[in-house]
Write a protein that binds this ligand. Structure first.
Ligand SMILES: [Zn+2]
Ligand SMILES: [Zn+2]
Length: 200
């Protein structure tokens, strides 16, 4: 076995426990220093502000600070509103996001009984962001609307109980059957590590 193949084999022996934290599998005796010991994918974010908008240009936005997380949601609601396999959520502090152009809003009750809002361009129908009634600090920019999406790497997956069967999630990735009980704390932590790895 080549050195690189042996290294990859050792990396795959790292598993995350139910709290989403990385731990070394007891079967390996090979010591690998962080960050190699955890298969963290580096993320190199473009310069701020991040910019994006709808298809027709009536709605534009700027994100002035580093987003708190990026993850994919495989729930059936996201599959419907994207008319695709999953939603891409870029969690941001609302105080750092500036939107220009009027949006229309739809709302729905989530499975957990909280009201969620979706804001979209009334001209072209593109969904720009999601908000939550009971948590004003929670804003998810729909990341497919960014002008540059090439740098995005998901820090986790939620609602994989309803994911499409052809979407394959790596064993080393953070994944939750439904909404994470920790309110995406582990995904945020993972994202932080990915950004740090990209800076290094
Ligand atoms: Zn538009
Ligand atoms: Zn969803």
């Amino acid at each position: 076995m080549s050195e690189i193949a042996r290294h990859i084999k050792n990396l795959t022996r790292h598993v995350h426990n139910r709290h989403g934290r990385w731990q070394r599998c007891r079967t390996t005796d090979h010591e690998v220093d962080p960050p190699l010991g955890t298969p963290i994918k580096p993320v190199t974010m473009p310069a701020l502000p991040l910019t994006g908008g709808c298809s027709c240009g009536a709605v534009r936005y700027e994100i002035g600070a580093e987003p708190q997380a990026f993850y994919l949601c495989h729930c059936t609601e996201c599959q419907r509103h994207t008319s695709s396999a999953f939603g891409m959520s870029l969690r941001c502090d609302p105080a750092t996001v500036t939107v220009t152009g009027a949006m229309k809003t739809i709302s729905r009750m989530s499975e957990s009984g909280t009201r969620r809002f979706g804001d979209f361009c009334p001209e072209c129908g593109v969904r720009i962001q999601h908000r939550s009634e009971n948590d004003p600090s929670r804003l998810n920019i729909k990341a497919g609307t960014l002008d540059d999406t090439s740098w995005l790497v998901p820090a986790g997956h939620i609602w994989i109980s309803s994911k499409q069967p052809y979407v394959v999630i790596g064993e080393e990735e953070l994944a939750y059957p439904q909404q994470p009980e920790d309110k995406t704390a582990a995904i945020k932590e993972r994202w932080r590590m990915m950004l740090d790895a990209g800076d290094a």
